[in-house]
Design a protein around this ligand. Structure first.
Ligand SMILES: [Zn+2]
Length: 342
């Protein structure tokens, strides 16, 4: 991991692409604050195909201004992002997903990078950390945290009014969150959604300039969703995206499914068309305890895969490679949804 300390605006290349090419490695950036008694942390581009956070950070670095407090930044997946076409590869081919590597053992290259990041964090002791992502499918903005508390809610509220509280443990950075150093994931919206860039930018400005980012402002409303599960496809599943069933596939997902992200998917919403194999062979819905709870969330009618109860769906991906290697979507029960008003 390279290091850049107090870079001047002139040292930063003019575009995010040229900036990343000039670095050509994962990088740690430190910037002195106007007040040096506090440090805040920022991570972005853990996934090489999710550029809103690095675009916003680059734009801010080009301003050449000082943040209110010290800032430590980590930009890990630069090598994956630089592969042509740029910002298409979530992970470096053949390596583990960088945001699944924050739990020991740190045995491989992404694991060691995760360990380096965690060591730097404990050295600099930031008061909080944001991890900025995009979703691969079309989606509004939201935040994800691993337990519910007011600090997490306040940090997410800098960017979004939607919050998912997950008890799934995958080895992501936000799982290292503690009361002493809260860590939240920010999903700025879809990679292709025009609003994502502005959401990342406005939220970053608040994060770098606001005196207090750890308490919820009065009059804030937050939609909270709890206990999401993942709809995963087992190895050797054949998957297609189309307007109707594609012959020979286990699962064909409607092209338009990504537009359901954060809409209410009522009972009986179509998730896809199925081939002849029994779904136990290739679909699995694991809850936090690792139990397959497929039947609680989904049902099969004829050749259709449908929702079994009112659900909030999110992170529906329109990329078959991501659906197969990570998951097709997350789902939370609508009855677990509450609105928080401060
Ligand atoms: Zn991501």
């Amino acid at each position: 991991m390279k290091t850049l300390v107090n870079p001047t605006a002139e040292q930063i290349k003019n575009t995010p692409e040229a900036f990343l090419q000039s670095i050509n490695d994962s990088i740690f950036i430190y910037v002195d604050g106007q007040n040096r008694s506090v440090t805040r942390g920022l991570v972005t581009l853990l996934h090489g195909n999710e550029p809103s956070g690095i675009r916003a950070l680059h734009r801010w670095l080009k301003l050449g201004v000082q943040p209110l407090y010290n800032l430590i930044c980590f930009i890990p997946s630069v090598p994956a992002a630089l592969l042509e076409p740029m910002f298409k590869n979530r992970v470096y081919p053949g390596q583990r997903d960088m945001n699944r590597c924050f739990l020991p053992p740190f045995y491989d290259a992404p694991g060691q990078l995760a360990e380096d990041i965690l060591e730097k964090i404990s050295e600099y002791q930031p008061e909080c950390i944001l991890d900025i992502h995009n979703t691969s499918g079309h989606s509004p903005d939201f935040g994800v945290v691993t337990f519910e508390n007011a600090t997490h809610e306040a940090l997410v509220s800098l960017f979004s009014q939607r919050l998912v509280v997950t008890d799934l443990r995958l080895g992501s950075l936000m799982e290292t969150s503690t009361r002493r150093c809260p860590v939240v994931t920010i999903e700025c919206g879809g990679v292709k959604d025009l609003s994502s860039g502005e959401i990342a930018w406005q939220g970053l400005l608040r994060y770098l300039n606001d005196e207090d980012v750890m308490s919820l402002k009065h009059g804030h409303i937050m939609d909270i969703y709890r206990h999401p599960v993942r709809l995963e496809l087992k190895e050797n599943t054949t998957l297609a995206y189309s307007r109707s069933y594609v012959l020979g596939t286990d699962l064909t997902v409607p092209d338009s499914l990504e537009h359901l992200n954060f809409d209410l998917a009522d009972t009986g919403t179509l998730i896809g068309w199925l081939g002849g194999r029994s779904v136990d062979h290739y679909l699995v819905v694991n809850d936090a305890s690792g139990q397959n709870v497929f039947e609680r969330y989904f049902t099969v009618k004829g050749n259709q895969l449908l929702t079994a109860q009112p659900l909030k769906l999110f992170m529906i991906t329109n990329r078959p490679d991501i659906a197969l290697s990570d998951c097709l979507l997350y789902a939370a029960e609508e009855r677990e949804h509450t609105v928080l008003e401060t």
